[in-house]
Design a protein around this ligand. Structure first.
Ligand code: BGC
Length: 703
């Protein structure tokens, strides 16, 4: 429903002013930070811009806002947007890392904190959450995503939308990139996508459906196509599904220059054509392409769009500006500039809970407080790399390095440092010094991994292993025979089976944000028992990709004794680490799974399991519930994640954990194109990861 203010404004607007509302232009970045270039100021004064990206800061945004509100005929305020993906000033772990916490409450709190910081600098909207289901570690953007699972993605979506948009200091959330972007061919960014209708419906759409249900203000279509139809011009998915079927009445914002790129996709002949395709499909705002500004007037003249199409988009943009309180500057509450310490504590909590203890050949954690520790490797002292792919206004000099974190946490230890080599070059001359440092130490902390720019957009890797000569460094250190704990920084699973075989322990320390060093030290010193779990299956080799837990059985499942079954000659099918994998310094035992024998379809199913902490330190466990529909009209995956719970347990403590399967958990995309649940037997698997051997299982008959 359009407000009377929006309708009154629309009635007064010229075509150029209407199109101006649909145009989003970027600020310019200089050494002093983001600024509005003279050309942008001019365009704002001419009412040719409706929203701005990549510009923040009280002065910069206020100055431009005043130009829009005081110096244009209708005084319509600008909307300011930025990629506040995992924090604005206080940087939280990258989404793939934060997903490893499996805690919607945390996901919501970090989004709320990021929104509060964003509001202080004049921002109104974030291009987040990123909800692409990602199953290919070659794709750099896996790091921005919550991982491989659609159910998990949906929970992440709800929590992030709620957190970002939470009053009184919320900003509008943009669910992106709609849809299927994670399935780019060969894991190569921007590459074409082909997938079955089932994969689209069951795997890629659910997180977006959850974001819409949670009230996401905006959605960004992906750069990519699906089966030859670019998402920036996909009437079936944008208009048909999003708007008509799901009732999404928010704003659709194109990705950067994506509308003009319809020409290169080969579906539009010129900018007018491209603008018409995008507008007709339902895109309201053109981010950084000339298509709407230059193309729409001609498209209108040619009859490719109507003024009613343009008006509808303008009304949606005005509605968002009203909803955000932009017309009424008094209404927008800005939080006080305090609470920095709280946000740092939150960043540290998020970061330490994101760390995954991948392997442990002998119990080396926690570290003894008074030994000689050699901190070695190119990631040990790197600040920028701790921040990850979308660092927004995160400052390198406010970021805690691994070396600093360890030194602060272990004041009685003797801590030496040798870089050994750079992240990604072939100068091995520092390795000898690192080996010498290792030789004098009781324990080595080996800080290896990627630079933060090696994950994220346009950062795909065909060989996702350790870059540069880090392998040579690692092998030289391992050859010394010292105890070696590896801290692996990356935005994706790195395929380093040799390292898992030889190091005494390996921790995935991702890109953990502003408090990285302190958080890592918390885990190393036993202030926090490692609790993160993998939100993505970790392959042994690139040849196994795509690999994920929800695979179907096939007619010839892997059988080592039978050649004509689904397997490789040179590697097992099993991954390096399954989805949900994550060790700790304590252990948990699962028992007494209680599942009803039967029940009606369409009702929730209540389960319970007993989890005991059998170790000697307190810990936090994530309990997973997987489901398998044993016989259905469509072959179903061997296991699909359908519920989870977090449980905190003191040493020796046991608790009964209540779990619930929602009615939707039993449904799939039926042969008739409708979501359906079929009566019959289901297998329920409850356990610490998607490794079947570790799960308790029971059957339930629903009818
Ligand atoms: C990315 C988006 C991002 C946009 C604005 C694009 O290149 O694909 O995820 O929101 O830029 O920065």
């Amino acid at each position: 429903m359009s407000s009377s203010r929006a309708l009154a404004l629309l009635a007064k607007m010229t075509l150029a002013e209407k199109i101006g509302q649909l145009v989003m232009v970027a600020g310019t970045h200089t050494v002093t930070g983001p600024v509005a270039a003279p050309d942008l100021v001019l365009r704002v004064r001419q009412a040719r811009v409706g929203s701005v990206l990549n510009l923040f800061g009280e002065n910069e945004t206020q100055g431009l806002q005043e130009a829009a509100m005081r110096e244009t005929r209708l005084g319509i305020p600008l909307l300011f947007g930025l990629d506040v993906v995992h924090g604005f000033k206080t940087i939280f772990p990258v989404p793939l890392a934060e997903a490893a916490v499996f805690d919607p409450d945390l996901w919501e709190r970090t989004a709320r904190a990021a929104a509060e910081e964003s509001v202080q600098v004049g921002l109104h909207l974030t291009f987040a959450p990123m909800l692409d289901v990602a199953r290919d570690p070659r794709w750099g953007r896996i790091c921005e995503s919550p991982g491989e699972d659609p159910w998990l993605g949906a929970r992440f979506a709800e929590a992030k939308v709620k957190g970002f948009q939470s009053p009184p200091h919320g900003i509008a959330a943009t669910a992106k990139h709609f849809v299927g972007y994670g399935a780019v061919t060969a894991g190569r960014d921007y590459a074409p996508v082909d997938m079955s209708e089932r994969a689209l419906q069951e795997i890629h759409l659910p997180p977006f459906a959850a974001a819409v249900a949670a009230g996401a203000a905006a959605i960004m279509p992906a750069f990519t196509d699906i089966a030859g139809v670019p998402l920036s011009a996909h009437p079936g998915l944008l208009h048909g599904l999003l708007r008509e079927r799901w009732g999404f009445d928010g704003v659709l914002i194109s990705d950067y220059n994506a509308i003009a790129e319809l020409i290169r996709h080969g579906v539009a002949a010129d900018l007018a054509d491209a603008s018409a395709l995008a507008l007709k499909a339902g895109i309201d705002i053109d981010m950084m392409s000339p298509a709407y500004e230059e193309g729409l007037p001609l498209a209108l003249e040619r009859g490719q769009v109507t003024i009613a199409d343009i008006d509808a988009a303008v009304l949606r943009v005005l509605a968002l500006k009203e909803r955000l309180g932009l017309f009424d500057t008094q209404r927008r509450k800005v939080p006080k500039k305090d609470a920095l310490a709280n946000r740092q504590a939150l960043a540290r909590e998020a970061a330490r809970r994101s760390i995954v203890l991948l392997s442990q050949r002998k119990p080396v954690l926690p570290l003894k407080p008074d030994q000689i520790i050699a901190v070695i490797g190119p990631l040990a002292q790197s600040r920028r790399d701790m921040l990850g792919s979308w660092a927004a206004a995160g400052a390198d000099d406010e970021t805690i390095t691994i070396l600093e974190g360890v030194r602060t946490a272990l004041p009685n230890a003797t801590i030496t440092f040798a870089r050994g080599t750079a992240i990604d070059d072939h100068d091995a001359s520092g390795i000898a010094e690192a080996v010498a440092a290792a030789g004098k130490a009781d324990l080595v902390l080996l800080c290896l991994g990627e630079a933060c720019h090696m994950s994220g957009e346009a950062a795909c890797r065909a060989i996702p292993e350790l870059p540069g000569c880090q392998r040579a460094l690692a092998e030289a250190i391992l050859d010394t025979g010292e105890t070696v704990v590896v801290l692996l920084s990356s935005g994706r699973p790195l395929m380093v089976p040799w390292l898992f075989e030889r190091a005494h322990a390996v921790l995935a320390t991702w890109f953990l944000g502003s408090e990285a060093g302190h958080a890592i030290a918390d885990v190393l010193t036993g202030r926090w028992a490692p609790s993160g779990k993998l939100p993505v299956t970790w392959p042994r080799a690139v040849g196994q990709i795509p690999i994920f837990h929800a695979q179907r059985n096939s007619g010839r499942p892997e059988n080592p004794a039978d050649s004509f079954t689904s397997k490789y000659l040179d590697l097992p099918n099993s991954p390096q680490f399954p989805f949900g994998h994550g060790l700790s310094t304590t252990q948990y035992a699962y028992s007494d799974l209680r599942v009803p024998e039967g029940g009606p379809l369409g009702k929730p199913v209540n389960l319970a399991v007993t989890v005991a902490n059998t170790g000697s330190v307190a810990g936090e466990e994530t309990v997973f519930v997987f489901l398998r529909d044993i016989v259905a009209t469509v072959a179903r995956p061997m296991m699909e994640l359908k519920a989870m719970a977090k449980v905190a347990l003191g040493p020796g403590e046991r608790k009964t954990v209540a779990l619930q399967l929602a009615p939707g958990a039993f449904q799939f995309f039926g042969l008739d194109g409708l979501w359906t649940a079929e009566s019959g037997e289901f297998e329920v698997l409850v356990g610490p990861s998607a490794d079947r051997a570790c799960c308790l299982s029971a059957r339930i008959r629903l009818s």
